[in-house]
Design a protein around this ligand. Sequence first.
Ligand code: 4AD
Ligand code: MG
Length: 432
Amino acid sequence: MTEDVYIEDLASHVGDHVRIKGWLYNRRGSKRIQFLELRDGSGIVQAIVSEADVPADVFALAGSLEQESSLIVEGAVRAHPKQEGVFELGVDALTLVAAPSREYPISNKEHGVEFLMDHRHLWLRSKRQHAILRVRAEIIAAVRAYFDDHGFTLIDAPIFTPNACEGTSTLFETDYHGSPAYLTQSGQLYMEAAAAAFGRAYCFGPTFRAEKSKTRRHLAEFWMVEPEVAFMDLEGDMDLAEDFVRSVVRRVLERRAPELKVLERDTTKLEALDGPFPRIRYDEAIRILQEAGQDTKIGDDFGADDETLIASHFDRPVMVTHYPMEQKAFYFKKDPNDPTRALCMDMLAPEGYGEIIGGGQREDDLATLDAAIEAHKLPMEAFDWYRDIRRYGGFPHAGFGLGIERMVAYVCGIHHVREAIPFPRMLSRLSP
Ligand code: 4AD
Ligand code: MG
């Protein structure tokens, strides 16, 4: 009996006669033999059609197939004579499901990135994009597994929100039945409420920033995972972030080696994450920049190049803590030893990937929080529910947010976050 199989499962079908349903990725051939590169979403296999093995009309069909024709192919699975772990199909039957009605726009030649982005719905079929998005799916599975296995409860945060979380300059405003509402910048404030109800909570979903800047690290819509823990301080937050990132990277290394190979990722750089992550204070980061010849001084914000420079001193992610309060969001707890500093941390990835995590300890004193809300000129009434978390059994707590696309870009070793999400939304892109 001929079984329907997926290409990624061929290893356990050597010698079997199987059926594969997919699309033609590439074709080369000669008078007597056609090599069809067939993809089915799970992988790519070389299907070999020999003139001697098939009826003349089937051989003629094989030689006329165009890229992205959808096909059903049957044949015997055999191990590649030279490459270990590679399998091929000796074809004896071939059915064309549908030939493309137009020439497929993405070929083997070089295309500009805007052209590829305009054809993102098709570009997803290409080897590299396929590998990146499989790594993304693995990262998301690893993220969920980590928190689910460590006592966290998944609490989904809303997307329409009445107030800002991360500053008012990057809010997307919408019309909510005649009143303004904003697309969420972060689920954090809701996770703080959840921490009081569940102890350890996390949310994972899309978040939105009306970023006016075009950089390789910014999207208008990105996915963020945000854990929040009751009775945890900054130190505990860093321990959690470190263990979490290490565990996610380890799982990707274990389960997505073929994809990382397609991406030509130097995995020794990721294996270095097994050691402890360095932790430095903001002032030390400033010193690193000054010693590298920058004229940065205490009080300055870090740009992308500064983050790259700081992180280049370490071979694994570094956590930078105690930034000046005025650079940070209203909700951070002030350092009791120096109230001009926030009990915050940013995790900066090496190799130029910049900040992948932002988080820290939250202000748990209502009067201090109120002063911060006022100092940031935020509307007090919109935060009344949030202030309740301090009114009814205030508690020290901390958490963080990891941007999935920045993590994917880092793990895959790709230059721009636009390839780390299936359909990117950026300053000048809303389609496809
Ligand atoms: O540092 P951010 O703004 O922190 C927060 O939103 C906190 N409320 C999270 C928390 O403590 N629960 O964002 C967190 C992470 C960044 O480190 C980065 O990885 C990612 O979200 N991020 C973006 N990713 C892509 N495009 C953007 N425009 C991003 N802005 C932030
Ligand atoms: Mg940040």
